[in-house]
Ligand binder design. Structure first.
Ligand code: PLP
Length: 389
């Protein structure tokens, strides 16, 4: 038997349970069970055809080699133009770094700032990878508690009050996974104003759901605050907006002074993003936007459907899900813990969801439902859960 000695840091690395739920749901499906998957955080739509064609064409045209580590120049320029169009913010294409998905930016940002003795704040309940990689880096994770009665928006005063001399980085995410919460502009204004007193603190704004807001809400990008541009890492990407999760394509806008460092991390890690995916991403930004818009119309209909249905279940109440494609109902009134609810829904009801505690300790009492599934399946899933409760 081998006697391998792995690094202690490995035991601090967490995971994203949605992938485990997906694996379990798939294995139940393989056994012939009629599973309705409301567990996974990816659009159920196909990547629009013109984007797929651009990727194929790039391969046919011989784009088989390495690209610059920070991304193709024309793609970085298209990203900057898109950010100008969407947020009215001027972005230097040399500050755009293209990476394989949304996740690498958070990993690199945390590696850059995290070490023993450092503190990093992150939303809780929030995307589980934040807490995981903070712990991995050796830094102390400091949760920003997101509360149902605040619509799962962060509270700027609470965030500012938690800053210490050891704070290096604050991670925020709006619209948010798993709650669908959207932070109002007033809180963002207050956070940015307060950060003036703390020039040692960097900000990572995860805006991967920036084009997924409902009910006439408009996204407030942190790019719109020039006073923090020298410490803002803006994370966004193609995965959700263009139904491109499997292509592995994302980007971030970095402070000018950190671009060389993050590019070195890219070179050490993955060299560059695969070339054809970058050409597909270029077509996504410069081509017609109607497929993305149609997807949002469908998501909005399903959102109303699922929020209403959840609110009609005994012991369940669900806040208006303002963004992304998740509903995050409070299930405490059912008498079940989050994990018990997840297991009951999957094992007895054949409906895959994700326990709120998969997104941090403050997720207890909640379950995440992704409505990236057809209206018909959402209705069937709700009926199954109604019978169980
Ligand atoms: N950020 C948030 C808040 C997410 O929910 C996700 C994916 O679920 C990501 C980032 C990562 O996206 P990607 O699949 O592009 O790495």
């Amino acid at each position: 038997m081998a006697m391998l000695k792995t690094a202690a840091s490995l035991s601090r690395l967490g995971t994203e349970s949605a992938f485990e739920v997906l694996a379990r749901a798939q294995s139940l499906m393989a056994q012939g069970k009629d599973i309705i998957n409301l567990g996974i955080g990816q659009p159920d739509f196909k990547t629009p055809a013109h984007i797929v064609e651009a990727g194929i064409q790039a391969l046919r045209d011989g784009h088989h080699g390495y690209t610059p580590a920070n991304g193709l120049p024309q793609l970085r320029e298209a990203v900057a133009a898109d950010l100008q169009r969407r947020h009215g913010a001027a972005v230097d294409p040399d500050c755009v770094v293209v990476v394989p998905g949304g996740k690498p930016t958070m990993f690199f940002a945390v590696l850059m700032f995290g070490e023993p003795g450092a503190e990093i704040m992150y939303p809780n309940p929030g995307f589980p990878i934040y807490e995981s990689v903070i712990k991995y880096s050796g830094a102390t994770p400091v949760p920003i508690e997101l509360r149902e009665d605040k619509g799962f928006a962060f509270d700027a005063d609470t965030v500012l009050a938690q800053i210490t001399p050891a704070t290096r980085l604050i991670i925020i995410n709006s619209p948010a996974n798993p709650t669908g919460g959207v932070t109002p502009k007033a809180e963002i204004d207050k956070l940015v104003a307060g950060l003036a007193q703390h020039p040692h603190v960097a900000l990572l704004s995860d805006e991967i759901y920036s084009q997924m807001l409902y009910g006439g809400r408009e996204h407030v990008s942190l790019l719109n605050y020039p006073e923090i541009r020298d410490r803002l890492i803006l994370l966004d990407g193609w995965s959700k907006t263009y139904a491109m999760t499997g292509w592995r394509l994302g980007f971030a806008v970095w402070p000018k002074d950190l671009v060389a460092d993050v590019t070195r991390l890219c070179i050490n890690d993955h060299s560059c993003v695969n070339a054809s995916a970058q050409f597909a991403g270029l077509a996504a930004l410069t081509g017609p936007q109607d497929a993305a818009a149609e997807m949002m119309v469908a998501f909005n209909q399903r959102r109303t459907l699922i929020v209403d249905a959840l609110n009609s279940l005994p012991g369940v109440r669900c806040a208006d899900a303002a963004g992304a494609f998740y509903a995050f109902p409070n299930i405490a009134g059912t008498g079940l813990t989050s994990r018990e609810a997840q297991d009951l829904f999957l094992n007895e009801g054949n409906v895959a969801t994700v326990s709120g505690t998969s997104f941090g300790a403050w997720g207890e009492g909640f379950v995440r439902f992704s409505y990236a599934n057809s209206a018909e399946n959402i209705e069937r899933a709700m009926e199954r859960i109604r019978k169980l409760l």
